[in-house]
Design a protein around this ligand. Structure first.
Ligand SMILES: [Zn+2]
Length: 287
């Protein structure tokens, strides 16, 4: 039992697995809600109730393209509400639900570095970051990132809309029955919406956690007048990519580590180490 939990911790250097799982759970719940609405709309909504009567020689949707149009408009409003609700402003009360996980991850990264430094230098030298997102430096460090992440989420929902539009028109053209069309559309929501959103969330929660650690490291380094470096810690299991194995337990400059973090599905962590705390003879890569 003890061995098992130790291994689990080792495979998760950023200690964000619970946060990632919560995000994935919410992604699944939200897209499943969209799927239920799609099924309801296709199978029981009046707009599509005569789909059953279509046959291949009767391109009904061409004569009534407004059916497709109406579905697109409806789907976009559903996505805007369920997936794209809120905004990308880090310190806004209306922050988008997925970005709230990113915000929490960034906060944790900042606090880890902050607490580590406080342990070394004492609280009288290290300001306590009670509310990370009341600090202009951290707001400015996350604004562009959140805007980009929100755009990526929007890109995913656009992909879903395009696919659904295509498969709906195809279903109409082929005279498929509404249950079959709804099933196809829901499969596309699984493949495009859920899968891509989960990859985005998993990757970004770790990336942003590391950015929190790195940005706070830079801020405290400046405050202390000391160089700060970043140790690369991998999960040390078979899933770690070779290029990351070679970085393991090595120290990197801010410039270098900033370039390296954020690869899809990377689980590595990059804790901040003040120069005075580097092990004897440690070499810093990128210096
Ligand atoms: Zn990695």
């Amino acid at each position: 039992m003890a061995k098992r939990s130790k291994n689990l911790l080792k495979t998760d250097p950023t200690r964000t697995i619970t946060l990632r799982n919560r995000a994935v759970g919410e992604i699944n719940r939200r897209y499943t809600k969209v799927q239920r609405l799609v099924t309801e709309s296709i199978v029981t909504n009046k707009i599509f109730s005569n789909v059953r009567a279509l046959d291949q020689n009767d391109f009904v949707f061409l004569r009534s393209p407004d059916k497709l149009e109406a579905f697109d408009v409806w789907l976009n409003s559903v996505m805007n509400e369920i997936i794209l609700g809120g905004n990308a402003t880090p310190n806004s009360a209306q922050l988008n639900w997925m970005l709230q996980y990113f915000k929490e991850s960034y906060t944790r990264g900042v606090k880890k570095t902050n607490n580590n430094f406080a342990g070394i230098y004492g609280r009288n030298q290290i300001p306590n970051r009670v509310d990370v997102f009341s600090i202009p430096y951290h707001i400015s460090k996350t604004s562009l990132l959140f805007t980009r992440d929100f755009a990526q989420l929007k890109g995913i929902t656009d992909g879903v809309s395009q696919q659904l539009s295509f498969y709906l028109s195809e279903g109409l053209l082929k005279g498929q029955n509404p249950n079959k069309i709804a099933k196809t559309l829901n499969e596309r929501i699984d493949v495009i919406g859920k899968t891509r959103s989960r990859l985005l969330a998993r990757t970004e929660i770790i990336n942003i956690h590391n950015l929190g650690m790195v940005n706070e490291g830079q801020a405290l380094g400046e405050l202390l007048g000391e160089n700060v470096y970043y140790e690369w810690i991998t999960a040390e299991d078979i899933k770690v990519r070779d290029s990351h194995i070679s970085r393991n337990n090595k120290f990197h400059t801010f410039e270098r580590v900033s370039q390296l973090i954020g690869e899809p599905n990377c689980r590595c962590a990059t804790p901040a180490i003040p120069e005075s705390q580097l092990p004897e003879g440690a070499k810093v890569i990128g210096k």
